[in-house]
Design a protein around this ligand. Structure first.
Ligand code: HEC
Ligand code: HEC
Length: 331
């Protein structure tokens, strides 16, 4: 119970922050809005994170609201228990918001503010340009261990309408402060699942449970989704998911967990990410087809083949610094 109130408190604080007046920067004084001027200035400086404060209006308003519900209660509408088998696109009871916190409204938690401005874009996993619907389907197939939602379906259109609403006034090509995940200091050693287990027991198990199976809202109605999502086991993300990569998971955990009061050191975040990702979970087949240009493959993609000679063990747990050799932490 107290945790639920804690969550509510966190969201209240965030909502208040979102309403706080933005300090106007002097360099943008003459232009109508910082948003409009950013690309004109040519430097593509990241824009401040901004969640719309008004309710959606206009022709798309209902679609936007349905999109937010789909992202918050994915299993209820598209999960394994939906009556019509043809609508079971998610293979788990996770929701998009299990990872994209506050339904994508939260900065530094894989947020969706400004996302429509960043797509279509090149992606190494496919080695070509991908659109936003295709990117969403990457998460359906991997993070939710399900299958692709047809791009023309009403549900996909609703998800995109919600993302567009969150990205209003953000010009095409803009970057946002707090988009994706913050970088993390890489360790000089390999991440250690045994040390991670100690961190997990002390700081995570109270919510996600010692079994990693999390806690459903209502054990008799799994379609209602999780209070605390499953981190491993058959109802969690699969081996092809972004969260299955140790650097990505460590960044996410460092910035966001324990939920409401993230306080781990980089070492603890890496070790606990290694622990979680050393547990059993659904296996995604054909991963060898990802990153057809192997030089674009992130060092922490822990499935073969690789273009380098580092071991499978090192691709999974590091040390990553020597492998990166100046390259980006990747996504
Ligand atoms: C288990 C956690 C998890 C779940 C559940 C999940 N995602 Fe993701 N998602 C991620 C991670 C991690 C990334 C970043 C992956 C990377 O860096 O390659 C991501 C990336 C994305 C992106 C691209 C973000 C960007 O900034 O380019 C979109 C869009 C997206 N997810 C949409 C969704 C939607 C919609 C759902 C639900 C249908 C969903 N995700 C469910 C973990 C998740
Ligand atoms: C106070 C309860 C709480 C604690 C403690 C906590 N989490 Fe979470 N965690 C959550 C909640 C709640 C979510 C999902 C947010 C939502 O659904 O709105 C989440 C989501 C996650 C996710 C993404 C979803 C998924 O299924 O993969 C990961 C990874 C995660 N937590 C890891 C951790 C780790 C590692 C720790 C310990 C360092 C931790 N959490 C501690 C409550 C907690």
């Amino acid at each position: 119970m107290s945790n639920v109130w804690k969550q509510a408190g966190v969201f209240l604080v965030l909502a208040l922050l979102g309403c706080a007046p933005q300090k106007e920067s002097t360099e943008n004084k003459t232009s109508p809005s910082p948003q409009a001027s950013v690309l004109a200035s040519g430097e593509n400086k990241p824009l401040p994170w901004k969640v719309p404060t008004e309710q959606p209006v206009g022709a798309d308003a209902e679609s936007v609201k349905r999109g937010e519900s789909l992202i918050s209660q994915t299993a209820l509408y598209l999960g394994p228990d939906v009556a019509d088998p043809a609508q079971r696109f998610s293979g788990s009871h996770l929701a998009c918001k299990s990872c994209h916190l506050n339904a994508g409204k939260q900065a530094n938690a894989l947020g969706f503010v400004g996302i429509t401005a960043r797509y279509p874009r090149y992606r190494g996993r496919e080695n070509r340009e991908v659109g936003l619907a295709e990117r969403v389907n990457g998460c359906f197939e991997r993070s939710l261990n399900g299958k692709a939602l047809p791009e023309k379906s009403q549900q996909m259109q609703d998800i995109l309408a919600y993302m567009k609403w969150l990205s209003q006034d953000i010009p095409q090509g803009a970057k946002m402060q707090g988009q994706g995940l913050p970088n993390i200091d890489l360790l000089d050693r390999a991440a250690d699942p045994n040390k991670g287990k100690t961190v997990y027991t002390a700081k995570c198990a109270v919510c996600h449970q010692p079994t990693g199976a999390g806690m459903l809202m209502d054990a008799k109605k799994p379609a209602m989704g999780y209070v605390y999502p499953a981190l491993w086991g058959k109802d969690s993300y699969n081996t092809g998911a972004g969260m299955h990569r140790v650097i990505t998971a460590a960044k996410y955990i460092k910035a966001n967990m324990p939920f409401g009061s993230p306080n781990l050191s980089a070492e603890e975040a890496f070790d606990v990410a290694a622990y979680i990702n050393s547990q059993t979970r659904p296996v995604k087949s054909h991963l060898e087809q990802d990153f057809p240009d192997r030089s674009k493959k992130p060092v922490d993609a822990a499935f073969p083949p690789w273009s380098d000679t580092f071991s499978a063990q090192q691709h999974k747990y590091g040390p990553f610094k020597v492998m990166l050799n100046g390259k980006e932490q990747g996504s």
